[in-house]
Structure formats: C-alpha cells, structure tokens
Design a protein around this ligand. Structure first.
Ligand code: NAD
Length: 500
C-alpha cells in the first residue's frame, strides 16, 4: 500500500495524523493560525515568570517527576510512537531511554551551569566584586521534526525548561500525537500554569511561531526550512538555534576491527530506516581493507529488513515525499557508474525501503552530496586515511562522523570538521548528556545537550559591585593630571617586558 501526504485544503481547520505503515488515522489536530500561536505565546509569558521563580530546586523536582512519568509509562508511549511515526517499538524504547537520561541531566545540572557565581574581577577592577549568571530568555519556541519525534525536540525542551523558560512546542505535522503526549504528561506534574504548550499544524504554523514574539527559537529540521526560520526570526532579531541535516561520513582505517566497523556502519546507516540526522550515509574505507569490509557489510545488511511487523529491523519511511528523494539518489548513483551490492532500485517498496548498499559511486552524485535520509549506505575505496579525511570534510554538512581504527582514531577524529565524532562506534555522542550536540556549515549552529545546551537557553548577565574606593580612579573626568603616565607605567610593567 502507499501512504500519501494528505495535506488539507487551505480552508481546513484540522488535519489527520496517519500511521505511515497502514495509512490509518491516529489522531486529528487543529491547524493553529498565527492568532492562535500569538495567544499561546501570550499565555506563556506569565507562566514563564512563575516557572522562573520556582527556582532551580523547584524546577528540578517537577522535571524529575516528569522524567519518572515518561520512564514508568515507557511501554504505552513507545506503542504510541510506533503507531504514529512507524518505528519499531524496540527503537522507540531506545529513543525514550535517551530522553529520560537527558531530562535528568538537564534538571540536575542547570543550577551549577547557569546559577550565579563569582568570577575574578582582574587588576583593573580589583576594587569590585564580579559575578556571572545565566538568565532564562522567557518564552522559547521549539519546532521539531518527525524522525526522532521525542528525543530531538526534547534536546531543546528539556534544556530550555531546566534553564527556567516556558516553551511553546510545534511538533512535526507527522507526529502531533507524540507531541501531545509529552505536553499532557508535563501538565500532570505542572498543573498550575501553561509552562509547556502544544501548537499543531504545518509550515505556516511554524512560521507564525518564529514571528510570534518568542524570546528564542529552537529549530530542528531540514536545512532548507532552517534558512527560512532564521530569515523570519531575523526580522525581530529573535535569536535562534538551528539543528539541521547531515551527510555523515564513516571512516574505516587500515587497522580497523572490520567486524565491529561493519556492524556499526550497518546499524548507523539502516536503523530508523536511515532517517537519522547523524546516521551513517557515506563510508570511506582504506584500500587495504576495502574488499573485506564491503563483504562484511554486504553480509550483514543483506539480513536486515524493513517492515511493519514486530520482527522487522526498522519501519516505514515516515514522510511519504522522502521516498522520491531516496529513489532519486539510488537512480543517480546507478546511472553514474555506481553498483548496488545489496538491494537496488527494487528495494523501494513504499512505504518501506529495503537496505541498499552502493559502491563505486562518484563523489559528485547526489547520493554522496545530498542528505538521503533513507536506509542506504555508500562505500568508497580511498588510498589512505588522509584521502578519507579530505573526502569526509568535503561536504556542505558537518554534523557527526565516525572513525574505526585501532591506533589512529583520535588523530583522524581531530582532523574531521564536524560537530561530533565517535571513535570505534557510531552516533555514541548523542547518548552522552554532557556532550553538546550540533553541527557546522549547513548542519546548523548552536548546541543542544550538555552545558552548552543549557546556556543556549539563557543569556549571560554580568554584574560588578564596588567593594572599596580605588586609589587609582581612572573612570572619572576628575582624575589626577599624571594619571595617564601612571597607567602607561602600570601597563608596561605588567605586559611590556617581552613576550613569554
Ligand atoms: P522539515 O524542515 O520539513 O520540518 C521541520 C519542522 O519545521 C516541522 O515541524 C515543520 O512543520 C516546520 N516547518 C516547515 N516549514 C516551516 C517554516 N517555513 N517556518 C517554520 N517552521 C516550518 O524537516 P523534517 O522533514 O521534519 O525533518 C527531517 C530533517 O531534520 C532532516 O534534514 C534531518 O537531518 C533533520 N534533523 C536534524 C537533527 C539535528 O539535531 N541536527 C535531528 C533530527 C532531524
């Protein structure tokens, strides 16, 4: 069967969310207008003040109660994720295990990372004390994608809430029921005020959120939409964090454990039907190990199967229009000299796509240059690790990367220009709450997760306070006539005696 994009007409006020494997309606949601969005942001303002005043301890207690609800009702939520997003229940459980770890970390580390602390006042202001704290923005708008419909937006929501902001959340139009589950369970632990609200709809609803007066906008989705979001936010100088797509490289060095590398490449490329922003899309294997590595990947990938049943390794393509992109990339690779060693064009059986492993694909093919977001992997033979690094870096994207090597992993990782790298595994950095996650170039900027992720949702406020009157009064028009000479002597004595 084919599930198509059932976009409602312009006059529609609601839309259906469909099970991507069966086409069954899983829920009907309002298409929120710009007025609805503005009203939600206005409701959020007093809620933000109240939430901020709860303080770190009060927020931590509520967020940890929410964490426990998500953990306790994991099976129910995973089943719902399976129905609306299509991914197997097992994968949904994996996603939720990440979500609760991050939520716990953000709530537990907010005070230490953002709370007021004294800093050195330095020589020039030595008669002052100096302190720094990070103040929540107020109301944060979060726009999410559908591929990791909980973990991805929660990378912003958990950290924004822990920092003391209210959040207005627009989930993807493909996963509004999942967003509603999150917002409803949050209201169980924070019933007093609308600290986390849901708005639903398509692009125009997201666009309205950008210009609704939110104090910061966190966007996760495609690069094309990220540019529109940034342009819309520029009108009011609304700050943004932009988490976009990737075309992540995977390097197999001459001293790699080839079984481990093949296992990681197949899982990193095919799990979640390849619909992973930091999934493995391009593999570069050094010539001396290339044939053996390709054989191992071929064997493993040949046993992986996408489907809607309980035994399938991954589910359908959630967004029907992505099928055309995946097909185009396979066609382009094959038309330009590429060979499929697993699957081929016939692997596209909408709404499912069976694994495809392509070799000999020219670096200019769209299968190499564009994000495919499907269960396809390309493997290229390279002369040595230096060539692998050069080709890995030769991309408009720079989100994640992986390196397999017994001894050269760190050295190769240091040469890769991507926001995250895992050595001898794939995508592991996303599991570590303390590590910031995000990319460079067309993969976006700003960070979610870790201390940087908390700071992303608060602005630094610097305060000095006079402790005693300085004998050297510089910042006055009534300074002593020889003050200039005194300053020259001081600066020379301190900094002028040759570089050390
Ligand atoms: P998308 O860009 O189509 O949509 C993302 C969200 O933006 C949706 O909620 C959508 O309704 C909304 N939107 C659409 N037009 C808008 C507009 N003009 N203004 C404001 N909002 C608008 O992306 P998608 O297909 O939902 O998600 C897949 C993409 O997300 C892939 O490129 C993937 O790599 C990326 N992604 C990135 C990360 C990351 O952390 N870097 C994580 C997951 C997914």
């Amino acid at each position: 069967m084919t599930v198509t994009d059932a976009r409602p007409t312009d006059s529609a006020t609601t839309f259906d969310s469909l099970n991507p494997a069966t086409g069954a309606v899983v829920g009907t949601f309002p298409i929120h207008t710009a007025d609805d969005v503005t009203a939600a942001v206005e409701r959020a303002r007093p809620a933000a003040t109240w939430w901020k005043e709860l303080g770190y301890a009060g927020r931590k207690q509520r967020l940890r109660a929410w964490r426990s609800i998500i953990a306790n009702r994991m099976e129910e939520f995973a089943e719902l994720i399976h129905r609306e997003n299509g991914k197997p229940v097992y994968d949904a459980i994996g996603e939720l295990s990440l979500v609760v770890e991050h939520l716990d970390w953000a709530s537990g580390h907010a005070k230490k990372t953002l709370g007021r602390r004294s800093v050195s006042s330095g020589l020039l202001a030595m008669n002052n004390s100096a302190s720094l704290e990070y103040v929540p923005y107020g109301v944060v708008g979060v726009i999410g994608p559908w591929n990791y419909p909980v973990h991805t937006p929660m990378g912003s929501i958990s950290y924004a809430l822990a920092a003391g902001n209210a959040v207005v959340f627009k989930p993807s139009e493909y996963t509004p029921l999942i967003g509603k589950w999150l917002v409803d369970t949050f209201a169980e632990v924070v019933p007093e005020k609308p600290v986390l609200q849901l708005i639903t709809g398509f692009g125009p609803t997201g666009a309205a959120l950008c210009t609704s007066g939110v104090d910061k906008l966190a966007f996760t989705g495609s690069t094309a939409t990220g540019k529109k979001v940034m342009a819309a936010c520029a009108a009011d100088l609304t700050p943004v964090v932009i988490e976009c797509g990737g075309k992540d490289a995977f390097i197999v060095a001459s001293d790699a454990d080839l079984d481990a590398a093949a296992e990681a490449a197949v899982w990193g490329g095919l799990s979640n039907a390849g619909q992973t922003c930091a999934g493995v899309e391009r593999v570069y294997a050094v010539a001396s190990v290339y044939d053996e590595f390709v054989a191992k990947v071929t064997e493993r990938a040949g046993k992986v199967r996408g489907g809607g049943d309980d035994d399938a390794n991954y589910g359908p393509i959630t967004m029907p229009s992505q099928i055309d992109i995946i097909s185009r990339h396979i066609d382009d690779a094959l038309a330009n000299g590429g060979r499929a060693v697993v699957g081929g064009r016939e692997s596209v059986q909408a709404p499912f796509v069976q694994p495809v492993v392509l070799v000999d694909v020219p670096e200019t093919s769209s299968a190499i240059t564009e994000e495919t977001f499907g269960p396809t992997i390309t493997i290229a033979k390279v002369r040595d690790e230096a060539e692998a690094v050069k080709l890995a870096n030769d991309s408009v994207y720079g989100l994640g990367a992986a390196v397999f090597s017994a001894k050269k992993g760190r050295d190769i990782a240091d040469q890769l220009s991507s926001g995250c790298v895992s050595i001898n595994s794939a995508i592991t950095y996303a599991m570590v709450p303390e590590l910031p996650f995000g990319g460079v170039r067309d993969s976006g900027f700003g960070r979610i997760h870790g201390e940087d992720g908390l700071r992303e949702f608060a602005w630094p406020k610097s305060v000095t306070s006079v402790r005693f009157n300085s004998p050297l009064k510089v910042t006055t028009f009534d300074h002593k006539p020889n003050m200039g000479q005194t300053v020259i002597r001081m600066v020379k004595a301190r900094w002028g005696r040759g570089a050390k």
